[in-house]
Design a protein around this ligand. Structure first.
Ligand SMILES: [Zn+2]
Ligand SMILES: [Zn+2]
Length: 431
């Protein structure tokens, strides 16, 4: 068995695909069972079409689910370099893949590879959605949604007919009294309806997001980059940064064709006139530079356990305000130095500096992640130009934006970016 095939099959061994396949099996069985009593396929041509449609939805869902999972998003080759060395100055380097990130590629922590035109990592397919599986993913959602609607109709009408069985008999309508409800199939119906309602609503949301992404030719990650590009220009009007044009939006029909018909090689993309292959990556590099300038140094004053809900060490309030992301949590010891890039009410996100002692002795645990803010104090010998620290928690408005940082800004900037009530979100403290 080839290594790639082994990897692909290994992707099935994860809670996402296992849950999805198990639920599909239970729901399909329930729908088939109810359908055979409610509208037997041998009754009429219409009932036969209805029966065929159940199989069509089931196979379509499974086919595109497996395709999205096994084809994958398209991983950038390890140690990838652009054709000319000069172009490397416009690209970010990925230390995990030991190569440059092509335009629109991002490193996925879970796949541990750079993904071409990465949109997001989907736990249900245990893979990323990106360049080569976006179309399959959309088809999967369509089949899934359409199948859920058909399944719900069959179960609802089947159960109603089952409840009214005695009434039909009394009325002499024996051909309508065909559904026999038992405790087992009634339980399966309630369970399946719950599953189909929940997953159906989730797939409507996902489908809506995917259609938006495709029509604008802008992935979720790129939307965030564009927001930051606008933010940088509004926040520092004096700097006169050249206006940013997102280079890949060629109009909705061309964007649509790019995903469903000719999707290119996943590395080089058609761009708008006046833009080039590195328009987006140059902006990303500038944003990285800004991020480095915003990084603040903290010193650990109380141990942090690295627990997800540190109720015993940090109390109830800190535990109630945990960051809603699956980023790691880090354990800290007094004296540790942490470079913080994200600030929330009770939690900070940063990277612990590795001390000389640690290099010799070693130390377990993640070095990058969240920790309770009461465990550390900021060291104010850096960035003296900021008199006050304010923060604007964009993360709350952008739930999908998991791998990006909040922005630390000064009061002037905050007034340009009000929160929903029109005010800067929160003042942390005054130096
Ligand atoms: Zn990478
Ligand atoms: Zn991934």
């Amino acid at each position: 068995m080839s290594c790639d095939l082994k990897d692909d099959l290994g992707r099935f061994l994860h809670w996402g695909p296992i849950t999805l396949l198990s639920l599909t099996l239970i729901v399909t069985w329930t729908v088939m069972d109810m359908n055979s009593m409610w509208w037997n396929p041998v009754k009429s041509p219409a009932s036969l079409i209805n029966y065929g449609l159940i199989w069509f939805h089931t196979f379509g869902t499974l086919y595109y689910f497996i395709k999205s999972l096994m084809v994958g998003p398209g991983f950038l080759p390890l140690r990838w370099y652009p054709n000319t060395v000069r172009d490397t100055e416009f690209l970010q380097f990925c230390h995990r893949c030991n190569g440059y990130k092509a335009p629109r590629s991002h490193h996925c922590r879970r796949c541990d590879r750079c993904v071409m035109k990465m949109d997001h990592h989907c736990p249900w397919i245990n893979n990323c959605v990106g360049w080569s599986n976006q179309a399959s993913f959309v088809y999967f959602l369509l089949f899934f949604l359409s199948g859920s609607i058909q399944g719900s109709i069959i179960i609802i009408f089947g159960v109603i007919q089952g409840i009214q069985k005695q009434w039909y008999i009394r009325q002499g309508l024996y051909h309508m009294a065909t559904v026999r409800l038992t405790p087992t199939n009634l339980m399966a119906c309630v369970f399946s309806m719950g599953v189909m309602t929940g997953t159906g609503l989730a797939s409507i949301k996902l489908l809506y997001m995917q259609i938006k992404v495709i029509l604008k030719n802008q992935t979720e990650i790129e939307s965030w980059i564009v927001k930051k590009a606008v933010f940088r220009r509004n926040a520092y009007p004096g700097n006169r940064i050249k206006a940013f044009v997102f280079p890949y939006n060629l109009g909705w029909s061309a964007n649509w064709r790019e995903v469903f018909l000719y999707s290119g090689d996943g590395i080089w993309w058609p761009v708008l006139p006046g833009c080039d292959q590195y328009t987006l990556t140059r902006e990303q590099l500038e944003q990285k530079k800004d991020k480095r300038a915003r990084t603040r140094l903290y010193k650990c004053t109380r141990p942090a356990t690295g627990h997800w809900v540190p109720i015993f060490s940090q109390g109830l309030w800190v535990s109630l305000k945990i960051p809603c992301t699956d980023d790691p949590r880090i354990a800290l010891q007094p004296g540790d130095l942490i470079q913080v890039t994200r600030i929330q009410d009770y939690w900070l996100y940063g990277e612990r500096r590795i001390s000389e002692e640690e290099k010799l002795k070693g130390r377990k645990g993640a070095i990058k992640g969240w920790f309770p803010s009461c465990c550390a104090m900021e060291i104010f010998d850096e960035n003296p130009e900021y008199e006050e620290i304010l923060f604007y928690n964009i993360a709350e408005e952008e739930p999908h934006k998991r791998d990006e940082e909040n922005i630390i800004i000064n009061p002037k900037i905050a007034s340009d970016f009000p929160s929903q009530d029109g005010k800067p979100q929160k003042r942390l403290r005054k130096n």
